[in-house]
Write a protein that binds this ligand. Sequence first.
Ligand code: SAH
Length: 407
Amino acid sequence: MSDETSDASASSIPIVKLRPRKAQPFFGRHPWVRDSGIDKVIGKVQDGDVVQLHSDKDRFIAYGLINRNSHLRVRLYSWDQEQPLADEFWRGRLERAILMRREMGLLQDDTGCRLVYSEADGLSGLIVENFAGHLMIQVTSLGMYRRIESIAAILTDLLQPKSISLRGEAGILKLEGLEVESRMLVGELPGEPIEIVENDLRYEVDLSEGQKTGFYLDQRDNRRVAASYLPHNAKVLDMFCYSGGFAMNAARHGGAASVHGVDGSGPAVSAAQRNVERNQLNNVSFEKADCFDYLKARVDAGDKYDAIILDPPKFTKSRRTIDEALRAYFHINRHATQLLRPGGILVTCSCSGNVSRDEFLMMLLGVSQKTGRDLRLLEQRGAAPDHPVSATCLENEYLKCFIASVS
Ligand code: SAH
């Protein structure tokens, strides 16, 4: 943030002027200004610089950060002309985000939570997660990347973390013209996995090797709620189990008689096995297998379960491949439905942001028709509240978790 000071007068900040009839979404606080809406840039800018967005009639709309390599040409942060994007502004936004999680009770010494979720926290391009005092940052915008050292300094001041690490992002070069390599910003990572507690269960989290940030925090409440719907003494299948979250909640909080988890990743299955030992659960087992094949084989064998959890990875990154993704969802949901005894519980999730809730429900409708089974939706859930959705940027909503009774 070296080149912007809080007393920089608005008049010295370069102007991005919109084309006629393009301003309305931004007066409405949408944060993404695409290149197609822009008429011209007035003043000299470098990528990552602060700009002010003006309508074609020269009315101030908001302050943002420009990146000419990105399709999201300007990301907007402040709609208050008296609040340019200086250190104090970023500090305020980070404080606000952290306070909200603190008030939710998610900032204990031994827990994990998402502290900052990009647009939902007014910080487009920045994600910060806390794992028992170790902060992991992901940046998905060049503007945030240029300010990463200052952000780390503010986070250090606010939270005194044990470490702060930056996690590299593979796809970002193409989207933002930016290469981010994993590195430490503050302190050191411990040489071995750390432990976090969630829903009274202990998990090892490997901050250096794990997928994503090593643990899927967004499913915290869904794991617990799914367990609460299990029939008594249920035989449960947890598909795409990763480190065993749904499976362990089913055993500890859902009174399951036996739980079997399946995942295609060897390291995930090994971590899940260690987690079960860590929590002294003796009725939970895991195996490494492809879940598509596994479900099909169980159907062919005529097996039955009382509850099945489906939490697959993102099946599509773009609207272009939506049909393939819906077919894949249909496939696993159909097999899972066939495997459930009447009255069984299906917990079915999708983290593909490109697949809408309605499309996912239509897919379930198709499953019901194809299998001749009634699916009654008991709950329609989203991500845990430390992954909020901004009312002015609904594009960020991605996680769906439906709990259904299958007759
Ligand atoms: N339910 C987990 C998160 C699942 S993330 C939790 O609560 O933490 C999706 C998981 O699907 C990943 O662990 C990935 O290894 C696994 N996966 C992806 N494709 C798979 C496939 N075809 N068969 C089995 N597992 C798969």
